[in-house]
Design a protein around this ligand. Structure first.
Ligand SMILES: *Cc1c(COP(=O)(O)O)cnc(C)c1O
Length: 378
């Protein structure tokens, strides 16, 4: 079976992890934490960076660092990974859903404008599947309405608008280093901001609210959301290979794009003026009824896939009776194909051949059906 994802771990990961073991610095103190944070800051162009235990705790601590809580509303796309919405609810705030664009799968900025109320405190932009949201418009809307702008960049390491990395447009941004993310530390996350006082607050909240290490004075209600030195060691090694990883992923995406042309589907195209990081190579079928049958056909032929996210407003714990036409539509039509950096281009061609064979078979079935109908008229 060709998996959807597997990490690229071919550099200094083992060496650095062994350094942690040899030095006994295996917990959340040690030299790799600072090295990884500083490398990450340089790669993204952020002002300040703070490592955390995963992408979900990154979002939670980011929201709390901005003091979002009871009575506040946070605007978020319903078409996203559930952690974006769950963490808003966990602060006591209310997620206000907005629809997405069908062309790039990102948050619909016109719908954002419509959903602003006196209670709105923040907009959470989620850069989905490696593509960038329209950050210039979202910046303008946030400024006009005095709202915080939060960027969930879990799926967007390497994504840029012009030369500027996503995560540097808003007030605070988060990343995930789960095993299937572009850079992985097993489990891990990062919070970045241009403002020192925001990251100081993240550091306080992720570390039990202690003011001075080793002294048990806790300044506020807080968490243990720290990253371990072992994870940071893996992260630093991954960061050394990030250009190779991104380059391999881009080649894979272009290969799919070229070899799936002419079929009744669309690939997730890079938008003008942006760099798509192709976290996932996605296809959006013209006919939603073929989605699950194509996935089953790929599986029978040894190719694993993932469906697009189901919109958050369809989940029982955060359901809404509102209707989001585009989100519901794209969610039913999307498939993520194998997208890991070490996937050979020969394998990509094989996968494309299986997809072509599926559509040929479907067409034959339609034709056969038409022929039977014709003969019955005779
Ligand atoms: C992966 C992901 C997260 C959560 O990250 P974890 O490290 O799995 O907790 C949050 N938001 C989005 C959009 C994601 O894809």
């Amino acid at each position: 079976m060709i998996p959807v994802y597997q990490p690229h771990l071919t550099g200094n990961e083992k060496k650095y992890v062994n350094e942690c073991l040899d030095s006994t610095w295996i917990s959340s103190k040690g030299e790799f934490i600072e090295k990884f944070e500083s490398g990450f800051k340089n790669f993204t162009g952020a002002g300040y960076a703070s490592s955390v235990s995963n992408g979900t705790t990154a979002l939670h601590v980011a929201l709390e660092a901005l003091q979002i809580g009871d009575g506040d509303e946070v605007i978020v796309p319903t078409f996203t990974y559930i952690a974006s919405v769950n963490t808003i609810i966990q602060t006591g705030a209310t997620p206000i859903y907005v629809d997405s664009n069908t062309h790039d799968l990102q948050i619909d900025v016109n719908d954002v404008r419509r959903k602003i109320s006196p209670r709105t405190k923040a907009i959470m932009a989620v850069h989905l599947y490696g593509q960038a949201c329209e950050m210039r418009s979202l910046q303008a809307i946030s400024k006009e309405n005095k709202l915080f702008l939060i960027e969930d960049c879990a799926e967007a390491l390497g994504t840029r608008i012009g030369d500027k990395h996503v995560g540097t447009f808003g007030d605070i941004a988060t990343f995930s280093f789960f095993g299937n993310k572009t850079l992985t530390t097993g489990e891990g996350g990062m919070v970045i901001s241009r403002e020192k006082k925001v990251i100081d607050r993240v550091n306080l909240l992720k570390n039990q609210g202690v003011i001075a290490a080793g002294e048990y004075h806790h300044a506020c209600l807080a968490y243990n959301y720290r990253m371990t030195n072992i994870c940071a060691a893996i992260g630093l090694a991954q960061l050394e290979a990030i250009d190779t990883i991104l380059d391999k992923k881009r080649k894979i995406a272009l290969c799919y794009d070229e070899n799936l042309r002419g079929l009744p589907l669309k690939t997730h195209k890079e938008q003008e003026g942006t760099t798509h990081s192709f976290w996932m190579c996605s296809v959006i079928l013209d006919n939603p009824e073929q989605r699950d049958t194509l996935r089953a056909y790929l599986k029978d032929n040894g190719v694993d896939t993932r469906p697009f996210f189901y919109p958050a407003h369809k989940m029982p714990h955060c359901a809404s009776t509102e209707h989001f036409e585009n989100a519901e539509n794209i969610s039913q039509r999307g498939i993520n194909l194998p997208s890991y950096p070490d996937l050979d281009l020969d394998k990509v061609l094989e996968i494309c051949a299986v997809i072509k064979a599926f559509f040929n078979k479907e067409e034959d079935a339609v034709n056969a059906n038409r022929d039977t109908k014709r003969s019955s008229y005779a």
